[in-house]
Design a protein around this ligand. Sequence first.
Ligand code: HC1
Length: 568
Amino acid sequence: MFTVEINGRKIEARNGETILDVLNRAGAKVPTLCHLKGLFPSGACRICSVEVEGFNTLIPSCAYPVQDGMIIKTNTPRVVKARKTIIELLLANHVQDCLYCVRNGDCELQELAAVYGVRERRYPAGPEKRPVDVSSPSIVHDQNKCILCGKCVRTCEEIVGVAAIDFVHRGSKTVIAPAFEFNLNVSSCIGCGQCVLVCPTGALRERSSLKEVTDALQNPEKFVVVQHAPAVSVTLAEEFGLKAGSDADRLLVNALRRLGFDRVFDTAFSADLTIMEEASELVERLQNGGSIPMMTSCSPGWVKFVEQFYPEFIPNLSTCKSPQQMMGAVIKNIFAREQGISPDKIFSVSVMPCTAKKFEAERPEFSHNGYADIDAVLTTRELIRLIRMYGIEFDSLKPDEPDLPFGKRSTAGKLFGGTGGVMEAALRTAYFLITGKEPQKIVFEEVRGLKGIREARVKIADIELGVAVANGIQNAKALLEQIKAGRDDLHFIEVMTCPGGCVGGGGQPFDTCPASIRTRLQALYQIDRNEAVRASHQNPLIQELYDRYLERPLSHRSHELLHTKYTE
Ligand code: HC1
């Protein structure tokens, strides 16, 4: 420990800290555009620069180690002028369409320009406009709005582990792009949208489906059905001034009705259905042979990652469609028939915390009799915009019940929204399928939490299962490499693409703070503690669906509607 001086105040600091770490602890806020806590500091934007006595130049606080006795000043006229100039230069290189930008009012560059009093264009307009890449089903990439902070590059490489984009060219010609400056749709991008979450401007954003959805809602010919993912209801409270971490499930149902949806279903119901099929598939593979370890396949970024980088593991992926796609399939094929509605009149929308779900919905594997399971996917952010656009005061809504027959879930289905949740749900039901008895042990602490890889050995009758949960693709990669090197004690692996699982998905609000992810995860655990139906096979509506239509898990009809096949 040693002491430094910040704006005349003595503050303790430690070896290994950056100046920015100490400033943050001391409450001496400086702006940052390129900084990502925990990742390698790049010092790219220089907006966090401060004056340090004895140094001739300004020092980027995010990238400079603090030293004993430093005298640091964070807002001298020189510092403020430098920051303002940086903002003016960034704006000179930035397309001037703020009023029309999806990040208008929520853009870090715009906010800094306001804070530093940038009121006129000081430098002439920058380079020619570049084409916007709209090739990806998930993400729009607009280089005209890019400020080259590099947060997307570092996130894609260091957090996601894909490295689909990088800096290309040098000097004033530098851009961020996939290899060979190809479009995103032919790059290794897995569509997870973690880059969108960290982009300070609108350079990376989801491909919006708001127009398709609002058109369908206004079309009297269409019967518009919506499902909402497990992670969405434990996130909305943060946005609408309710207590963070409270479950806004029933308010969400009310809001979706007010938006005009004809039916409101819960993806956690079809998560229960996924568990019935997936746990049965696991038991089937264990007892009758099949690729082991079986790996979950409900996270579409992960599926694309395996297809691209580890195709030898494609047979290990569960053949179960994700809950989003299962719900889509039962809506268009069972609900439609029950209601006497032609599937082509149904417009099926899902609200997901995930941008890759847009890609999943467009995959050709996910249609039946020529009808796509899902017609449009909205991210949580898009839903929030829609709620505001329709003038719905979310925090004063009354709770509403979801629609039947696909609106009731077990808490196991809800747990899907966080890392480890699919595993926990599957173990509860696998126990029942193997032994015919209800499991005594419901909570598997070993697979909960946010640690990168969690493992457990679970004894069910005479089977000892080795299970592992990978929190994010980097950790999954480590497991795949262990298996390639000969590890053979694992039977079932859960992988969620995004850190924390869907609660940390790329379609969530622009808040990547680990505390928020933890709060949302805790909300899921709280729901699990509070309710009585805690296993997917206990959901009476799931039992009814099998009795009336699907017969049993892995039946011919189930295979037709609820399973798929991934190929190299
Ligand atoms: Fe997810 Fe899933 S949990 S993938 O994270 O299996 O997006 O929430 O809806 O499909 O249920 C996302 C969340 C979601 C699916 C389920």
